[in-house]
Ligand binder design. Sequence first.
Ligand code: PLP
Length: 382
Amino acid sequence: MINKNFKRLPQSYLFQELAQKKNKLVSEGHDVVALGIGDPDLETPKPIRQALSKEVIRRYHKYPDSEGILELREELARYYQKRFRVKLLAENVLISFGAKTDLFDAVRVFSNIGDVIAVQDPAYPVYENSILFEGRDIKYLPCNKDNNFMPDYSVLDKDVAMVYLCYPNNPTGAVASKKYLQELIKSLKQINALLVFDIAYADFGPAEAPSIFSIPGAKDVAIEFGSFSKPYSMTGYRLSWSAIKNKELLDAWIKFRNNRDSGCSNYIQKAGIIALQNKEVENIAKKNMKEYRKRARVLQKGFESLGLEVYGLAHTPYAWITIPKGYTSRDFAEKLLQEAKVLITPGSGFGPSGEGYVRATIFQSEQRIKEAVKRIKNLYPL
Ligand code: PLP
């Protein structure tokens, strides 16, 4: 009676499992420093909240248009021009209620049973879970410090129908250069595979992180998903977009969306317009990024002082940290949680190549990050 592919999924969703473990300890009275889940702690900028409350008290909330409010789509087209120097029409941008949903749905819209889908390893778990759930085959593209966390695309062959990539990357923090992406797009054209490009962290660091549409030739072999969640502390709003330039791909996505859902609430979208338009929001977002950069330096120094190697951080809210010898990433994360009451994410939760690492976020104050490091130090020698 139940879809048999559920059996292919991990026992529980990684971040749900972490939240439950943390909640249990908190309910027992423990003070847990949570560096596990990527949920911004800094408040949503006030003009966004004000726009939402102004809209939400309207007497009627009719079905939204599943493609999104035109004004927001136009605003995003302007964002692409300003941020990436990419020309997009409003009709190439569709509004959605979270990149997570779109990234999960991409498999069923753009591939068929029996297809092989390649995924960065380690990666945001949603890609892999969707591939498994939709009954496709998976090909891991290992990313490690030896290849600067950039997968070797020469291993892609004609069996591969689709590839998931995320840059700036969760969890490793790596950023793809335009040159790398140019070569990748050339390879994908040769094998006729679609690139699903995730830019949820494009605005999270000083890097010139490109949109895939900054790359010549990407139009017909790539689609892109972006999100309001992290740069504007809007994770709870559920607001994101997809950018698709190729007409056939765009029509398929629109057809899917029209059948599958009734769009994102208009009042949330109105708040999104303010996020992109309002000068005060821009200033707050800049100030928040400065704060995050400061925390990143504290976290980096702290974990390095524990004798561990720290990657990432410059362009994402994540540190990708090596673990001491003699532990699996799950054992090490469990030890830190139970004995130091510090929650971090085991690297193996992001894929086989994540073994040997843990991921920590900067979504806690400087003081709490220092506290976490102090508690871990007290466990030494491990
Ligand atoms: N893509 C990546 C790489 C993420 O890490 C996340 C959330 O952590 C998302 C997408 C989800 O974004 P949204 O909040 O828009 O669903």
